[in-house]
Ligand binder design. Sequence first.
Ligand SMILES: Nc1ncnc2c1ncn2[C@@H]1O[C@H](COP(=O)(O)OP(=O)(O)OP(=O)(O)O)[C@@H](O)[C@H]1O
Ligand SMILES: [Mg+2]
Length: 348
Amino acid sequence: MSVLTVDELVQHFPIAGSKSVVRAVNGVSFSLDKGETLALVGESGSGKTTIGRCVLGLIEPTDGRIEYNGMALGGSRTIRSPELRGKLQLVFQEPAESLNPRMRVFEQIDEPLRALKVARADREKKVRQAARRVGLAEALLERYPAEISMGLQQRVGVARAMISDPEIVVLDEPTSALDPTARAEIIDLLIRIQREQGTAYLFISHDLSAVRHISHRIAVLYLGKIVEQGPSAKLFAQPSHPYSVALLSSVLLPNPRIRAGGRIRLAGEIPSPINLPPACYLAGRCPMVIDPCREKMPPVETVGEHHSVRCYRHAEVAALDKDFDSFGRFQAEADRILGAGIPASGTV
Ligand SMILES: Nc1ncnc2c1ncn2[C@@H]1O[C@H](COP(=O)(O)OP(=O)(O)OP(=O)(O)O)[C@@H](O)[C@H]1O
Ligand SMILES: [Mg+2]
């Protein structure tokens, strides 16, 4: 059964002094099962963080429905409400954002338990257990965040998020501030904890190798719409939307234009989220564009088990990667049209 169901979520932000709005999320639907990881991928500004914030109830959606175990979220039901406290958690990109510089590691991990009014003696035991579980030595519990490495700080962040035994954790770029070794360690840690606790993750990341490693399913976002959604292995092996190909092929194919690290924006005409066309949002950048793409938003079509896509030409796109040559040609064409920004280093 789904622990989380998001149905036609819309989030528009008002612009001060204007009647226009920023259309950050434009009708997003997905569900998340117990113990499952769904990755949200897409370029900067595609709405990933906004979706995460809506799920946690940190912002009130403009429209749509979010259900946690069949119960509507929103209004007073948020990450902070007593009813849900501890059941929904989050881990941020920068450990420093979630940790209080003036609190020792012990108190940081303990804080969610204090909020839940767990008895002091139990808390002490649980904090030590949680620290062990994430590989933090006892001695570190007395330190302040600034006295330990970023990798260890993020372990504190994970211990703190997991100590209340949450059902859903939103991980918003949890590894992007870390070096490659610490990154891999955190991903492995998250996978292990998920297996032990059955936690469901909404995993937001630009790091496609991490996405590939940790996620069961992937939703590809473009300008606040899911263009393709499906099992992780299937999406990497046979993406059916041109945007997914452009995005995910960066880890499939060697690309001479490697730009290691950092964030890279795809070049080309990205429509403004203030003024989106009533057509396919990718039409202006797509190497496979045909007239209908410019006229009407393609409907969601099911193309396999738990696999859906919004593209009139999905069958042709899916067929491309069976033949390495044509896939390579597509890549070259996509590169040419989308600009030189498709990275091969595994970050988007
Ligand atoms: N509070 C806000 N007010 C106005 N616009 C916002 C607000 N928060 C986000 N936006 C806009 O909504 C869109 C989606 O932003 P969001 O932060 O969700 O993207 P993202 O996919 O998380 O990007 P990144 O990969 O850079 O973190 C962007 O156009 C952004 O400028
Ligand atoms: Mg973000």
